[in-house]
Design a binder for this molecule. Structure first.
Ligand code: NAD
Length: 365
């Protein structure tokens, strides 16, 4: 038997542990079915960690995450912890960001598709959204979220000045460009890169670099550029026209919620954030897999959270973390069959609980 893949599961806060429990049921079931041995360790992150350890991510959890083949995360945060003031770098104030930095996961893959059973849950006419299938590739380790210096200062006239720096080095743009072009090779062969090259220095470097990598290394891929403001309009208007959307940390963040509209609910959206380029059939160690939604305190503890974003994140773990795309496809098909048979959680207008929906997906697997 092969050596088991080590998975660290961090439920986090509010609905995080509820959806991670569903994800782990699917992970265990599919790993047994496909004879892919996994060993799962569970621990605390975010507010749950703060309440026990007085820190949002302990050194132990960070070390376990660095050693794991894959990390499954629910969601962190909530009003109980959102206003805790800590002096220190962002790695002290945000446990998830600490893990992202320590694992150097820069390649955030955030897919969204229009599900036939959910077309009427979107604000679109069916013919505008049917078949839409978009992958946002977000640079997740640099840019304005991490640039230094950052902070605030009181100026001589009493005004408070807050500031952060947007910065990118060519190598950071080159590596995420390759991730997006590779992803497009496995899809429909079209990358649309977004930036603000009309007003930002980082935007100009971004566009030049993406152009060069596309021209020199991926002549088979169609490359388009859009300014970010127009991109929001164009994607919202005609989602079927887009395949891979490539953006920096900030713009990729914005686009990944935007494309969620075509899926019908934030609860449907998975993600994989990887430390490199995933190659079909080759396990990639050290990725973080998580739904893109937050901890949804408004519905926590009621057993109604939609687990599909987490379950599809587990599918991405099978594909990229373990290199078994067929297991990922099986999970996606089971999810689609449930939706087609009308089993919908409350965020999609139904009444099916988290647990019942998870059981229904397991039955179809
Ligand atoms: P949110 O995503 O938690 O919730 C937005 C809305 O979507 C809510 O009405 C919620 O009920 C609904 N929703 C989200 N996920 C759902 C699911 N799986 N099933 C059904 N409904 C779902 O965003 P928010 O309210 O802005 O943030 C709440 C907390 O989550 C904040 O503390 C925020 O900082 C945190 N947050 C964490 C992450 C993360 O861990 N990656 C991401 C975003 C926000």
């Amino acid at each position: 038997m092969n050596k088991p893949f080590q998975v660290l599961a961090l439920g986090g806060d509010h609905i995080g542990p509820e959806v991670v429990a569903s994800g782990l049921s699917v992970l265990r079931h599919v790993s047994a079915r496909y004879e892919i041995p996994v060993e799962i360790d569970e621990d605390l992150l975010g507010g749950a960690s703060w309440d026990v350890h007085g820190t949002f991510c302990t050194d132990t959890v960070a070390a376990k995450a660095r050693a794991a083949d894959a990390v499954l995360i629910g969601a962190i945060g909530g009003p109980e912890w959102d206003n805790i003031q800590i002096d220190g770098p962002i790695t002290e104030t945000d446990g998830l960001t600490r893990l992202r930095i320590e694992l150097d996961v820069f390649n955030a893959l955030r897919p969204a598709r229009a599900w036939n059973a959910l077309l009427s849950r979107t604000p679109y006419r069916h013919e505008v959204v049917e078949g839409a299938d978009i992958l946002v590739v977000r640079e997740n380790a640099g840019g304005i979220y991490y640039g230094e210096p950052r902070g605030r200062e009181v100026q001589s006239d009493g005004q408070i000045r807050a500031f952060e720096i947007s910065e990118y080095r060519t190598e950071e743009i080159e590596r995420i460009a390759r991730c997006a072009f590779r992803a497009a090779q496995a899809r429909r062969g079209h990358v649309t890169s977004v930036d603000k090259s009309n007003v930002m220095e980082t935007g100009r470097l971004w566009r030049e670099t993406i152009d060069r990598i596309g021209r020199d290394e991926f002549p088979d891929i169609r490359l388009s550029h859009l300014l970010m403001d127009y991109a929001l309009f164009a994607v919202a208007k005609s989602p079927q026209d887009f395949d891979v959307l490539l953006g920096d940390n900030l713009f990729g963040d914005l686009m990944s919620d935007l494309i969620g509209v075509i899926s019908g609910s934030l609860g449907m959206l998975p993600s994989a954030t990887l430390p490199g380029i995933a190659r079909p059939g080759h396990p990639l160690k050290g990725g973080i897999y998580e739904p893109t939604h937050g901890s949804a305190p408004d519905i926590s503890g009621q057993g109604v959270a939609n687990p599909i974003g987490t379950i599809l994140s587990v599918a991405m773990m099978f594909e990229h973390g373990f290199g078994v795309a067929s297991a990922a496809r099986a999970i996606e098909i089971a999810v689609e069959q449930c939706l087609d048979s009308g089993l919908l959680p409350p965020d999609l207008g139904g009444t099916t609980s988290t647990e019942d929906l998870t059981l229904a997906i397991l039955e179809r697997l």
